[in-house]
Unconditional design. Structure first.
Ligand SMILES: O=C(O)CCC(=O)C(=O)O
Ligand SMILES: [Fe+2]
Length: 251
C-alpha cells in the first residue's frame, strides 16, 4: 500500500495563510516510483469510448498531436484508486473534516505542450457543486522553470471568485506575486479553488507530467458522478466528440 502523507501543523498553518502549501517529499522511494509507473500505464491504455478521457493538443513546435491531459482515471486503474484514497487524509486535515473525491487528471505538458493562463479553479464552474475544493498536485516528472512548473499567488484565496469562465486579466492579477514552485517526483502542492495559479508552456525537451486530484468537504456531498456527466456533455474526451462541432476550453 502507498503511504498516506501527513501534514505538519506548520504546513496546515501555511495553507490557511497562503491558500496553498508545498509539501516536498510527500511520497518517497517505491511510492513515488509507483506513481510514475502508474502514470505511464495510463498513458499507454487504449483510448476507447466509455473509458478514461484522453485530450490532445498540437505541439507548439511542429503541430504534431500530443496527449495534453487524461481525466477520469481512478475508475479504470487500481493504482490511482489507491492514490485517491491516500490523498484524502491531508485534504481532510486542511478542511477539518472528511472529504470526497470530485475529479482527478494527469496534465502531461509534453515538450511543445502549452501552459496555463492565470486562473482560479472555481472559475471552471465548480462553484455550483461545492463552496470550495482542495486540489493535490502530485509531481510525477521533475518540474522546473524550463518545463513549466506550477506558479501560485499566495494570500489571495479569501477574495472569492475574481472573474467568470475566462482567464484572469492583467488587471485582476495586478499586485499579485506568482511564486514558481519547482518540484521533484513525489512532491505535492495543495491549493484551494480560489488560489490563482498559472504555468509556462514546456519549451524544453523534458516531459512534465503532474497528477491533480480534487476533493470537497464530505458535508457538501458527493458530486463525482454529476460533475462527470455534465462535463461529458459539454467537453467530452476527444474520442467521443461529434465531427464538425466546436468545443471550447475556457479555464
Ligand atoms: O498543469 C499545470 O501546470 C496547471 C494546471 C491547472 O491549473 C489546471 O489544469 O487547472
Ligand atoms: Fe488550475
Amino acid at each position: 500500500m502507498i503511504a498516506t502523507p501527513v501534514l505538519t501543523d506548520q504546513q496546515v498553518a501555511d495553507f490557511d495563510r497562503d491558500g496553498y502549501v508545498a509539501v516536498p517529499g510527500a511520497f518517497r522511494g517505491a511510492d513515488a516510483d509507483a506513481a510514475m509507473r502508474w502514470t505511464t500505464e495510463v498513458q499507454q491504455m487504449p483510448e476507447e469510448v466509455g473509458k478514461h478521457w484522453v485530450f490532445h493538443e498540437q505541439s507548439r513546435i511542429d503541430g504534431a498531436p500530443l496527449i495534453n491531459r487524461i481525466e477520469y482515471i481512478a475508475p479504470f486503474h487500481a493504482g490511482f484508486r489507491e492514490l485517491t484514497e491516500a490523498l484524502k487524509a491531508p485534504c481532510a486535515q486542511l478542511f477539518g473534516e472528511e472529504v470526497v473525491l470530485f475529479k482527478e487528471k494527469i496534465n502531461f505538458k509534453m515538450p511543445g505542450g502549452g501552459g496555463f493562463e492565470p486562473h482560479q479553479d472555481s472559475q471552471a464552474g465548480w462553484d455550483v457543486y461545492a463552496s470550495n475544493f482542495i486540489t493535490v498536485a502530485l509531481c510525477i516528472d521533475a518540474a522546473s522553470e524550463e518545463n513549466g512548473c506550477l506558479e501560485l499567488a499566495p494570500g489571495q484565496h479569501r477574495r472569492g471568485l475574481l472573474r467568470g469562465m475566462e482567464p484572469l486579466t492583467p488587471e485582476d492579477t495586478a499586485g499579485m506575486t506568482f511564486r514558481k514552485h519547482p518540484t521533484q517526483p513525489g512532491d505535492m502542492v495543495l491549493f484551494d479553488a480560489y488560489t490563482p495559479h498559472r504555468s509556462e508552456p514546456n519549451n524544453s525537451a523534458r516531459i512534465r507530467r503532474m497528477y491533480f486530484a480534487t476533493y470537497n468537504r464530505a458535508s457538501e456531498g458527493d458530486h463525482f458522478a454529476p460533475y462527470h456527466a455534465d462535463k461529458r456533455r459539454n467537453f467530452p474526451p476527444d474520442i467521443e466528440r461529434e465531427p464538425g462541432k466546436e468545443y471550447v476550453y475556457k479555464v
